[in-house]
Design a protein around this ligand. Structure first.
Ligand SMILES: [Zn+2]
Length: 183
């Protein structure tokens, strides 16, 4: 019985890792969030992508999430993530996978490029968990956007209401989608 259980648990771990790998997760994410050995994860990665995972450090700065385009994408993802974790009893990893898939579906509908990788999305959730980043409402459109927790938000206006001139067509598509989602 114990043995069956541990085999089941292992199968479940492999399934989760495979889902993350398919979404493009970096090795650091896989090592942190699954119980599989590094060797196994490497093998899994190579099997799916037909190449070795990229080496090098992950970006650890919160600043990336603040520039215009990343912020709109990060905000879209985090709204989905927060909704899912409140509305269901998914654990953190399953919530990450499911939210990221929903984010990708949104992009497809809007015909937008994928700006937020799943590894970035994972970092974002960690930054929120540690209290460095949070969602705050825009004073104009009332949509929730990713901000530094310690900044002042009294007069906060989001990137969609205060759009840079160069933002162009995709930004307007995103803005109207965000407005629709809020209604
Ligand atoms: Zn706004």
């Amino acid at each position: 019985m114990v043995r069956t259980k541990s085999i089941e648990a292992e199968g479940r771990e492999i399934e989760r890792a495979a889902a993350l790998v398919k979404l493009g997760a970096r090795l650091q994410l896989l090592e942190a969030e699954t119980k599989l050995s590094r060797e196994r994860l490497l093998r899994l990665y190579k099997e799916v992508h037909k190449k070795s995972p990229p080496k090098g450090m992950l970006p650890f700065s919160t600043d990336w999430f603040m520039s215009w385009q990343p912020n709109t994408h990060a905000s879209m993802f985090l709204n989905i993530y927060e909704y899912l974790t409140k509305a269901s009893d998914l654990d953190d990893v399953d919530a990450l996978v499911k939210s990221y898939q929903l984010y990708q579906e949104q992009l497809k509908v809007l015909d937008l490029p994928e700006v937020l990788s799943i590894t970035r999305a994972w970092r974002l959730v960690k930054f929120v968990d540690s209290g460095m980043l949070t969602l705050k409402p825009c004073t104009k459109c009332e949509g929730l956007f990713v901000v530094h927790t310690l900044d002042l938000h009294e007069h906060f206006v989001c990137g969609l209401c205060h759009m840079p001139a160069r933002a162009g067509k995709s930004a307007h598509a995103l803005a109207s989608a965000a407005a629709e989602a809020a209604n």
